[in-house]
Design a protein around this ligand. Structure first.
Ligand code: ADP
Ligand code: MG
Length: 617
């Protein structure tokens, strides 16, 4: 077959355009990407051999070779892994198969400077070669096939493919380096980069220089080494390469479990949240090895969802090498490992939780995910609850459930919370005035997830977790400190006032009633108990989910507020009827504004307010 020219798919062309023209300062990561692909290719062949022993004829001792050529300004990366056939070349090196590249594409802003920085964040796999090379040639032959291929491209628009009888089994990628990238033919530089990024690769990486060959990595799987022989730097590099991350791990957990199941775990919690933490289908970045042979990095259900930010490796001898996906899902070995992982991670977190500043770093990045553990069906829910942290009305820093319980007021029965979109608004929420006056603390919950766990996680150590908006008993039990404004309205006056409010507000509210929860504000809104909170309703709307029924509003009146007293006496004496009605409208609209809700008739609101200002001035 003769040479064929094939256009890159549009999205590849777009990625390449940025990669080629990038002045990204970390161009060196291309080497890590190529070595990682070479290592994957060897793992794939090793795995294929288990099922097809006849392929052994095409395999040798697995290794990766770097061959720099200073004179011609060329670097070749060779492996004797699985290799690629014609379809593989077209499908894998001509489309966006890799999720990192797809994410990269989605995140492009059009601003070259910003987009370049994203290369580092997402990693663009094989395409990273074009940061340093003006031409890339891939010669490859797939195991089990006798036909070799040559793929060639400058990264501009298209690539060519032709048969190549001389290609050996495996893959050789030759980079014709850009003029200013000649550093990548320097043996010292290559050695340094391999140490930095690829030392943990479990195959020998060989530097071939003027006919001499030298292994330049440690070539032993990092997790099999003794903890005392591993430096922090090595852990960090390993973390970065398994997690495709660029930060340092916040937590490194390296252990050997010996019991009914034996496995080694090398687990990491990142410092910063990865970009795809909230993709619905995101699996944790955990790799499974069986006896050092890579099996999968997309394990269903090994890590519970609320720990999906944990990355790393587990290696066990208690599974057969040819374990299938279905089997992984069913085998009791995996569920035992899963339980062991949860247990280890939670107990390690417990140790770190004693240092609040340190723990805050974790909580800021992953608390929002971790809280999902409060409603996931796991045995360790109580441990999860102990590790959760909250901002509250009374405290400036984060506190735990047990801190909260320790500071409950004498006579206080429940743990109170309020949900909303930001801390400052919640701190000044009218519904919390009564709590503040009594010194009762309230959890301020601002993550969307909070709306959900509070519905299923209903008590902590026997204390009920109750919405502050529906608190009744404790506000009666615990007496407010400081001055209340006036004596509560007499029963008769109160009844007349409530009736008038209902009459004026009509269908805008389901009910009007008195409350103990307000001390400064005359009025506030809530939804009926058991109905969606106003905050949840706003969240659903923001996500384009029009709720067919919005919850019914209830206006709550502060019977100790002077303004309410004034209105009550006007109502009782049947005076200034129009002004009273206007006041009730304005009060209600103010309550809406305090909640961040739109008011029905802004024009009427402004007119009434201006009238009051005129009469006041
Ligand atoms: P990723 O490694 O995340 O899949 P890459 O862009 O790095 O993405 O590589 C794309 C695909 O190209 C790989 O998944 C693999 O199928 C193929 N590939 C790349 N390099 C090699 C290689 N050295 N040997 C065999 N296949 C390779
Ligand atoms: Mg890759």
């Amino acid at each position: 077959m003769t040479q064929q020219t094939i256009e890159f798919k549009a999205e590849v062309a777009k990625v390449l355009d940025i990669v080629i023209h990038s002045l990204y300062s970390n161009a060196e990561i291309f080497l890590r990407e190529l070595i990682s692909n070479a290592s994957d290719a060897c793992d794939k062949l090793r795995y294929a051999l288990l099922l097809h022993p006849e392929l052994a004829a095409d395999a040798g001792t697995f290794q990766i070779t770097l061959t720099p050529d200073k004179k011609q300004n060329i670097l070749t990366v060779t492996d004797n892994g699985i290799g690629m056939d014609r379809d593989d070349l077209i499908n894998h090196l001509g489309t966006i198969a890799r999720s990192g590249s797809a994410e990269f594409l989605k995140s492009l802003s059009g601003d070259k400077q910003k987009d370049m920085a994203l290369i580092g964040q997402f990693g663009v796999g094989f395409y990273a070669s074009f940061m340093v090379a003006e031409k890339v040639v891939v010669r490859t032959k797939k195991a089990g096939s006798d036909k070799g291929w040559k793929w060639e491209s400058t990264g501009l628009g298209s690539f060519t493919i032709e048969e190549d009888d001389k290609a050996p089994h495996g893959t050789a990628i030759t980079l014709y380096l850009k003029k200013d990238m000649s550093e990548y033919t320097d043996p010292l530089r290559l050695r340094h980069l391999v140490r930095q990024y690829s030392d943990h690769i479990s195959l020998p990486i060989i530097l071939e220089n003027n006919g001499t060959k030298e292994t330049i990595n440690s070539a032993s799987a990092l997790w099999t080494r003794n903890k005392t022989d591993i430096t922090n730097e090595q852990y960090k590099d390993f973390y970065q390469s398994v997690s495709h991350a660029f930060d340092a791990p916040w937590m490194t957990l390296h252990y050997k479990a010996e019991g009914t199941i034996t496995y080694t775990g090398l687990l990491f919690i990142p410092t910063k949240p990865p970009f795809n933490l909230f993709q619905p289908d995101r699996q944790s970045n955990l790799q499974l090895y069986v006896n050092r042979v890579f099996i999968s990095d997309n394990l269903p259900d090994v890590m519970p969802h609320f720990l999906r930010f944990v990355t790393g490796v587990i290696d066990t001898n208690d599974l057969p090498l040819n374990v299938s996906r279905e089997m992984l899902q069913k085998t009791p070995v995996m569920s035992k490992i899963k339980n062991g992982l949860i247990h280890r991670i939670l107990s390690e977190l417990k140790k770190r939780a004693d240092k609040p500043d340190d723990y805050k770093t974790f909580w800021d990045s992953f608390g929002i995910v971790f809280k999902e553990g409060l409603y996931e069906p796991i045995e360790q829910r109580a441990d999860v609850a102990d590790l959760c942290r909250f901002y509250t009305l009374n405290e400036s820093g984060l506190i735990s459930f047990s801190d909260y319980v320790a500071h409950m007021k004498p006579g206080q029965k429940n743990i109170y919370y309020i949900t909303g979109s930001d801390l400052e608004t919640l701190r000044h929420h009218p519904q919390l005035e009564g709590f503040a006056a009594r010194g009762i603390d309230v959890l301020l919950l601002t993550d969307p997830i909070d709306e959900f766990w509070v519905q299923t996680y209903s008590d902590y150590q026997g204390k009920k977790i109750v919405s502050a908006l529906h608190a009744r008993e404790d506000l009666k039990e615990v007496k407010p400190t400081g001055d209340t404004l006036e004596k509560p309205l007499e029963k008769e006056l109160a009844d007349e006032t409530l009736a008038r409010f209902k009459d004026v507000l009509g269908t805008q509210v389901k009910d009007v009633r008195l409350t103990d929860r307000l001390t400064k504000s005359p009025i506030a809104l809530i939804t009926a108990e058991g109905q969606m909170s106003l905050n949840l309703e706003r969240l659903m709307k923001a996500h384009g989910q029009q709720t067919a029924f919005s919850s019914e509003r209830i206006a709550e009146i502060n019977p100790t507020h002077p303004l309410i007293h004034k209105l009550a006496s006007l109502i009782h004496d049947k005076k200034e009827s129009d002004k009273v009605a206007d006041s009730i409208h304005v009060l209600f609209d103010q309550a809406l504004i305090a909640e961040g809700e739109p008011i029905k008739d802004p024009a009427a609101f402004t007119r009434r307010l201006s009238d009051f200002m005129m009469s006041g001035l």
